[in-house]
Structure formats: C-alpha cells, structure tokens
Design a protein around this ligand. Sequence first.
Ligand SMILES: NC(=O)c1ccc[n+]([C@@H]2O[C@H](COP(=O)([O-])OP(=O)(O)OC[C@H]3O[C@@H](n4cnc5c(N)ncnc54)[C@H](OP(=O)(O)O)[C@@H]3O)[C@@H](O)[C@H]2O)c1
Length: 220
Amino acid sequence: MTGLRRRDMRIGIIGTGNMASALGSRWAAAGHQVLFGGRSAERAGALAGRTGQSAGTVREAAAFGDAVLLALPHDAVAGVLAGLGAADGALRGRLLVDCTNAVGPGFRLTTGTGPGAARAIAEATGARVVKAFNHLPDSVWRRPAPCSPDGPLTVPLCGDDASALETVGTLVRDLGCVPLTVGGLDRAAYLEATTAFLIGLWHSGHDPRTLLPPFDVVTA
Ligand SMILES: NC(=O)c1ccc[n+]([C@@H]2O[C@H](COP(=O)([O-])OP(=O)(O)OC[C@H]3O[C@@H](n4cnc5c(N)ncnc54)[C@H](OP(=O)(O)O)[C@@H]3O)[C@@H](O)[C@H]2O)c1
C-alpha cells in the first residue's frame, strides 16, 4: 500500500471528545471525509452535525477509510480494541493514529518504563500504528495554522511503516504544520515520556522553551 497524498481521504475517528473534535474539524475543513464513531450516538451525531461530517459506531469508525484516529483515554484503549476483535486480527494492517497519553498522577506515565502505549497498540492489533498529535493540547490543534516561535509547527511522528507515515504526514500538512519522523515505534515511548514531562511543566506554570538555547548554540 502506498501513502496517500490526496486531499480527500476518509478518516475514522474513535471517540467524540476534545481531540476528536479538534482534529476532526480541521481535517474536515481541509476537505477530508470524517466519520466520528462513539459509544454515544448522540455525541457522535452532534459532532458530525457541527462539522458537516458523518457519525457512526466505534466499529464503523474503525473500519472507515484510510486512517483511524484513536482519540480515547489510554485506560479505555485495550478494552475498545479487544471489543473490535483485535486478538482475531480485525485491525491487522489498518492505519491507526495514536494520540493517546497515558499520564497519571504526578504527571507520571502509567505505562511505566515499558514499550509504551503506541507499541502496545501495534502489538495488540497488528495495525500500522503512527504516534502523533499527543504532544500538544487540543486547543493548539484547533488553530487554523499552529505555529512555533520560528514558524509553522513541527509535528513529531513515530512509526514503523513508511506509507503510514507518509499518509499521516499529509494529515499533518493539512493542519498547516510540518511533519517530522523522529523514529520508529521503538521511539514512541520517548515521545510519550517527553509529553508527560512537558505537561508537568505547563501545569506548574513553566515555559519549556526557557530550557532550550537556540539550536546553533547547542550544535556549535
Ligand atoms: N485533550 C487534549 O488536549 C489532548 C492532547 C493530546 C493528547 N490527548 C490524548 O488524547 C486522548 C483523548 O483525549 P480527549 O481530551 O479527546 O478525551 P475526552 O475529551 O475525554 O474524550 C474521550 C472520548 O473517549 C470516549 N471513551 C471513553 N471510554 C470509552 C470506551 N470505553 N469506549 C468507547 N469510547 C470511550 C469518550 O466517550 P464518552 O463521551 O461517551 O465518555 C469520549 O468520546 C487521551 O488519551 C488524551 O490523553 C489529549
């Protein structure tokens, strides 16, 4: 399967909360077809109505189109995947975008020092998993053109499948951002841990940018 570059992708979104709404509405605005799948038909329908897209069940979202965003609390992921028949290979080969954060009390990862959330999802499903969009709050993804102090926002991606990374790269560009593959799924746990670290800083009122000198200073 080759990566998709076209602007009329079909994207299933599992979940109808903040991340589903933020990313789904921006992808819809970019011209993609989105199906919001939730355990509450009312919430899925309301989101679909607001964005001019379609609504369905969690199962319908998992089977919809070219890429599926898992926009669930980390604690719910294993049960939802099991209910979709992951153990029987129902999701094998599907492109799953994992934006989840397994952050518990004290801004600690509930996945501990293990392989991390994205790797666990790949192992449970046989899906082509790409970790993305987890490192910033939904308020950023809702913006028409999220930016860093130096220009368009770079979005780190981790994954093992080149065509899946290419497809998610297109979805990143359609948010007005720049994709950067930072490694395979073996690196996703670092991205997850970095995010837990960043969330802790933001919650305590510290700007993480003050930790970092300009790039040329570091590389001099
Ligand atoms: N919000 C952010 O700023 C942000 C940023 C980056 C990453 N993330 C990560 O993205 C994921 C989603 O976050 P969110 O803020 O969108 O969460 P949210 O607003 O709480 O939405 C979670 C969604 O998951 C659904 N859900 C929960 N348990 C379920 C189950 N057992 N079966 C089916 N659906 C279930 C909820 O359904 P109901 O409405 O029926 O409860 C809801 O639609 C989380 O892992 C979070 O850590 C969030």
